[in-house]
Design a protein around this ligand. Sequence first.
Ligand code: CDP
Length: 223
Amino acid sequence: MSIAVITIDGPTASGKGTVASLVARTLGYHYLDSGALYRLTAYKALKHGVDLADEPALEKLARELEPIFREGKIELDGEDVTRAIRAEEVGVAASKVAALTAVRSALLQVQKSARKAPGLVADGRDMGSVIFPDATLKVFLTASAEARAQRRFNQLKEKGIVANIGTLAQDLRERDRRDTERAVSPLAPAPEAKILDSSDMTIEETVAQVLAWYREATEKRSH
Ligand code: CDP
């Protein structure tokens, strides 16, 4: 039997990361934050002054990326970048490098190899549609633009990062547009994905819904 995978895709600030890591923790599964790989690529490019349109240079950078994920922290080239890669500037740069085909292929293998027993919860944009098409359960998590801007604002504030809610809403719309309109792996629900609008749901309710769907899906498979 193949190793179980739950994919949670959706637009920026929909709560994917929080929900996916809680679902993983509840089930004792591994967790793949695929967005972090694009953020790390973008972070390194910004740091080394690599042009965000220089596809061959960015591909090399993505291919040679050697991040260490340990106890909720991310290390890159000996530096703790856990906080730094969450900056909005890095998110915007990540969505630019993520539109490049060569960068996406360079990051393919590392994502696929995250599928380890007893199971995996993966969050991103194309987890269900491209990376794990045979996932046990595919969820597409959304929320209204207003709810997402507010969540991102609170999240940054908690991390001590000062932000402006108007600017955040604007960035969010631009990122949605770029992620949805790109030619390669655009942001869209996989045909069989369950759509979950969490605008008026708490994190606990959202996690509970995903777990309930997962139970249903595994019961169906075992019959
Ligand atoms: O947390 P947020 O949703 O803002 O961002 P993220 O999940 O960390 O991803 C940052 C950027 O990486 C997104 O805007 C996408 O353009 C890109 N990404 C992607 O293209 N494919 C994925 N599987 C994950 C992220």
